[in-house]
Design a protein around this ligand. Structure first.
Ligand SMILES: Nc1ncnc2c1ncn2[C@@H]1O[C@H](COP(=O)(O)OP(=O)(O)OP(=O)(O)O)[C@@H](O)[C@H]1O
Length: 507
């Protein structure tokens, strides 16, 4: 092999008793797109954070372009030519693209504008530098993040799950950009749980399991099943077959809902109509930022309808538009929000206390005090059933890897045995093995008569799970599409608004 751009030897990092990375050896070749694969908690983010200087390793050495390198800080990493685009965007919504870039890249306005334009043309990343970020789509925001990174002229670009926020059409565009970057001399470290994507774009892959490297491979030489087996150490289970629909009772009904949120940057909702029956899974597809968050808050009860808006949202046959979240839960509603660290869990609290947040009605309290034994038993059960990798129920939620916390929150809500379950992004950041286990569980619950509403940006997931799909675009919902009679491209067209939607007027 040619001299590697980056060479790691014996990198280790522990958090207390957890060995997040152990003796990692990794060579990144010049002009390569190199995947880092592994289950949730395998240590991928920890390794990337060390390369980018966010966290120091406990031991090990690194050689960067032939010279020893100390992992100092992200600013130092950027100076040396290492850039990173995090999974969650870090742009200020009220500033323009140019102003966001100026925060990281010094230079005169005119020069920066010119460079933004040139990078846009060279790499297919066109974006208006004077546009305010809140007016941009998710795909455009990601372009801004990548441009900002490229303005520091990196030789190595780290992308943490870059495709999780993009619709299928834009993933192809991103891949074209990455190939152009590689051909122009940049190497890319690419974290993803989507194995087909890794096969399509990466020329090398390193597999991590339990904090150790278990293999360096060429992903193009293996099929997705092979990759999954190497990652999780066993075969993937088959999807759970859905029993024929029985057309049960209505558990959630939304009728002609219009809503203009107070937040000026939020998306107004227009004429939203949907029904979820017992024994059915309805999926809401769409690129995030098209009103899904606003709809989720209205369904969960975090936002209540205005006084005059009655007869719009029904749960279990009751008008709940003006009931708060707790009152809706009492009717048999459970909700796993997308924002797992903000609203799904309190990071500084133990998993036991996080269980109590929503599971306290399952007699986990006695005379107003926590029944420690029962709360711990519930949490243990959730950890076991949902394969949450953690030292135990007293661990702080914030110390779990992203995917493991997600499994915990979804598991906790399912264990409430609700009549109506609403899950936003059920397997976001969850590895393929665990994601298939969560989906099997959801279909089994549907077969047992639960009504389930799922919001997901992953079309494949919706096609595996749902009986019906409705697509959200600019605050409106498409009519329900019967999943088995629908092709992904049709949904994709609704997602980007290419298919004319019926004309709808905001009241
Ligand atoms: N700040 C922290 N404190 C304690 N433990 C941590 C911390 N950060 C990570 N860990 C632990 O280190 C291990 C590796 O976590 P890491 O986030 O690197 O995994 P990952 O492969 O990126 O997972 P995912 O795919 O879920 O994002 C996990 O067991 C995690 O709980």
């Amino acid at each position: 092999m040619t001299v590697p751009l980056l060479s790691l030897r014996g990198i280790s990092k522990s958090y207390g008793p957890i060995h997040a990375n152990q003796g990692i050896d990794l060579d990144v070749a010049p002009q390569s797109i190199h995947a880092i694969l592994g289950e949730n908690g395998a240590g991928k983010s920890t390794l990337m954070k060390m390369i980018y200087g966010v966290e120091p390793p406990d031991s090990g050495t690194v050689v960067w372009r032939g010279e020893p390198l100390a992992f100092a800080s992200p600013a130092e990493a950027r100076r040396k030519g290492i850039g990173m685009v995090f999974q969650h965007f870090s742009l200020f919504e009220t500033l323009t693209v140019l102003e966001n870039i100026q925060l990281v890249v010094p230079g005169r306005k005119a020069d920066l504008m010119q460079r933004i334009g040139k990078l846009g043309r060279d790499f297919g990343l066109e974006v208006d530098p004077l546009a305010h970020v809140h007016t941009l789509s998710v795909g455009e925001r990601q372009r801004v993040e990548i441009i900002r990174c490229l303005m520091t002229s990196p030789r190595l670009l780290i992308l943490d799950e870059p495709t999780s926020v993009l619709p299928p059409q834009l993933i192809e565009t991103l891949f074209d950009t990455l190939r152009r970057l590689r051909d122009g001399g940049v190497s890319i470290l690419f974290i993803s749980h989507k194995l087909e994507e890794i096969r399509a774009i990466c020329d090398r892959a390193t597999i991590l399991r339990g904090g150790r490297v278990t293999g360096h491979i060429d992903p193009r030489m293996h099929d997705a099943h092979d990759l999954a087996r190497m990652m999780i150490g066993r075969d993937m289970p088959e999807p759970m077959p859905a029993l024929p629909l029985s057309g049960g009772e209505k558990r959630l009904e939304i009728i002609g809902l219009n809503h203009r949120p107070e937040d000026p940057f939020a998306v107004p909702l227009s004429d939203i109509t949907l029904t979820v029956r017992s024994g059915e899974i309805l999926g809401i597809a769409g690129i995030s930022g098209n009103g899904q968050g606003e709809l989720a808050s209205l369904i969960s009860g975090e936002v209540q309808l205005a006084k005059e808006q009655r007869d719009r949202i029904y749960m279990m046959g009751q008008d709940v538009g003006r009931l708060n979240a707790a009152a809706r839960r009492q009717l048999g509603f459970a909700f796993a929000p997308e924002d797992r660290l903000g609203r799904g869990a309190v990071p500084e609290m133990s998993l036991v206390l996080n269980s109590l947040l929503t599971a306290h009605p399952l007699s986990l309290l006695r005379h107003g005090l926590i029944d420690q034994a029962k709360a711990t038993a519930f949490t243990d059960d959730c950890i076991r059933q949902y394969d949450v990798r953690t030292p135990g129920p007293d661990t702080e939620a914030g110390a779990l890897s992203g995917g493991n916390l997600q499994k915990f929150i979804v598991g906790r809500e399912i264990m409430l045995s609700p009549k109506l379950l609403f899950v936003a992004q059920p397997t976001w950041g969850v590895d393929v093995g665990a994601a298939s286990a969560v989906r099997r569980r959801l279909v089994a619950l549907r077969n047992d008569g639960m009504a389930i509403l799922v919001i997901s940006e992953e079309l494949e997931e919706l096609f595996e799970l749902c009986d019906f799909i409705q697509v959200m675009h600019h605050g409106t919902l498409s009519p329900p599409l019967v999943t088995r009679d629908t092709r992904p491209e049709e949904v994709g067209r609704y997602m980007i608004g290419a298919q004319p939607l019926p004309k709808k007027v905001i009241a």
